[in-house]
Write a protein of this length. Structure first.
Lengths: 79, 359
């Protein structure tokens, strides 16, 4: 089930250099969290309703954690 | 020989002994395959008129198939066939139900256009079929009048569609224009290496999930898998890896990884490892940027680009991008949802990463 989210921001909010490189007037909305940050939250079992709304709470996942999460995903044990 | 060896058989047409196979064999070997170059001699065109001659060749082919399978311990060899070789393969599958293939690549096919590929694919007799057909190829059109049970599928596509039957039109190709090293390296060998069947099956399931979640019909959704092409530093849709309404021109669009402009959303998703979305207003700007000749679907209402993570890392690097498009507005406001957080979407992205990273 998809969760309501306010996690989208203009690209310039997370990568102003890349945003400037694009043509003026190009307003792309990007997720505030990277894939790794979403994965970290899933790995820690926080669940969708408990997602924090600040990027600082989600640190990058480590390789070992990523492997464990990958295994869990491929075995379909993520709730 | 190791169990489950990766084997590719190749089969030539008539009035030739398939010199192209000698160029293909080392390319297959470089790709990690054991090539088996089949040669049934220089078969004259007049023999084709008698169906018994085809039967004899199919009997020869099944013996070759059984020998190669036993020698290599390959449970599912792949096969590349040209012209009359394609007709032999089609009869082989119909006549012998123990025969199974991983991928079959057909070039200048003379198989009947109504051949039951969907049945063969659903029954797992073959996992993936490519039909390379040419706009300048007259021989399939002639063959169907003289060769029993033949068709013109090397000039026009098969009539029965399936998500694992990928038909590629080559408008300028004649009967024997498929045998360049460039085609082997860019198209045939990569197709053999990638488990496209698993990917399209997952995309099909994903469309069903999104259809329920977004309350849209399947026909209003489409998904594409893009991968980086190192030669041109751009993302391109992987051949055959899309589901939904799209024109040939649309699926041939490339997106420079370091390009700029409103069309860069998939490249941003790829580089930033973030979900990127475009609403109707932004897509309108994109359509207008092509002036009167936009390749994009006229009903495109929204588009979301999602990074596909490299397998084995910490999800910080992408090996491709999944693009989800809507051909109808979503009532509740699409921008209220984050697809990346959805467990089913997240799972599919990791699964795609595993498959793409293995090729």
């Amino acid at each position: 089930m998809m969760k309501k989210s306010v996690m989208f921001v203009a690209l310039e909010a997370v990568d102003p250099v890349e945003a400037r490189r694009l043509l003026p007037g190009v307003k792309l909305q990007v997720s505030r969290r990277t894939f790794a940050q979403v994965a970290a939250e899933k790995f820690r079992g926080l669940g969708g309703s408990q997602f924090m709304e600040t990027a600082s709470t989600a640190q990058n996942i480590g390789v070992d954690d990523a492997r464990a999460l990958r295994g869990a995903v491929l075995n379909r044990v993520i709730p | 020989m190791a169990s489950g060896a990766k084997v590719v058989m190749s089969l030539h047409g008539i009035k030739t002994r398939g010199v192209w196979q000698k160029d293909l064999a080392p390319e297959l070997a470089l790709g990690g395959y054991i090539p088996y170059v089949l040669d049934y001699g220089d078969f004259g065109a007049l023999k084709l008129i008698r169906s018994r001659q085809l039967d004899k060749k199919v009997e020869w082919l099944v013996k070759e198939y059984d020998r190669i399978s036993a020698d290599s311990k390959s449970e599912r060899p792949s096969l590349i066939a040209h012209s009359f070789g394609t007709l032999q393969v089609s009869r082989l599958l119909e006549k012998y139900d123990h025969v199974v293939f991983d991928k079959i690549i057909l070039a200048a096919s003379i198989i009947d256009n109504d051949y039951p590929w969907p049945h063969m694919l659903d029954a797992q007799r073959v996992n993936w079929v490519v039909n390379d057909y040419g706009g300048q190829d007259i021989w399939p059109k002639i063959a169907r009048w003289f060769v029993p049970n033949a068709g013109k599928s090397g000039a026009e596509p098969f009539s029965k569609r399936h998500r694992a039957l990928h038909q590629v039109e080559h408008p300028h190709h004649g009967h024997s224009d498929y045998f360049s090293l460039g085609n082997f390296r860019k198209n045939w060998v990569p197709t053999l290496q990638l488990d496209k069947r698993s990917i399209v099956d997952k995309l099909h399931a994903l469309i069903g999930h999104l259809s329920k979640t977004l309350k849209l019909s399947r026909g209003h959704l489409r998904v594409f898998v893009l991968r980086p092409d190192e030669n041109i530093k751009a993302l391109r849709i992987e051949a055959g890896l899309f589901i939904g309404a799209a024109t040939p021109r649309e699926v041939s669009v490339t997106i420079p990884i370091d390009g700029n402009g409103v069309g860069s959303a998939p490249a941003i998703a790829y580089k930033e490892m973030r979900e990127v979305r475009q609403s109707g207003d932004e897509l309108k700007i994109l359509v207008e940027s092509f002036q009167d000749d936009s390749p994009l679907h006229a009903d495109l209402k929204w588009s979301i680009a999602l990074p596909i993570p490299v397998d084995g890392g910490a999800f910080e690097e992408a090996c491709g991008v999944l693009v989800v498009d809507g051909l109808k507005d979503v009532d509740e406001g699409l921008l209220a949802y984050e697809l990346l957080v959805d467990d089913d979407v997240f799972t599919v992205l990791i699964q795609l990463g595993v498959i793409l990273s293995a090729s």
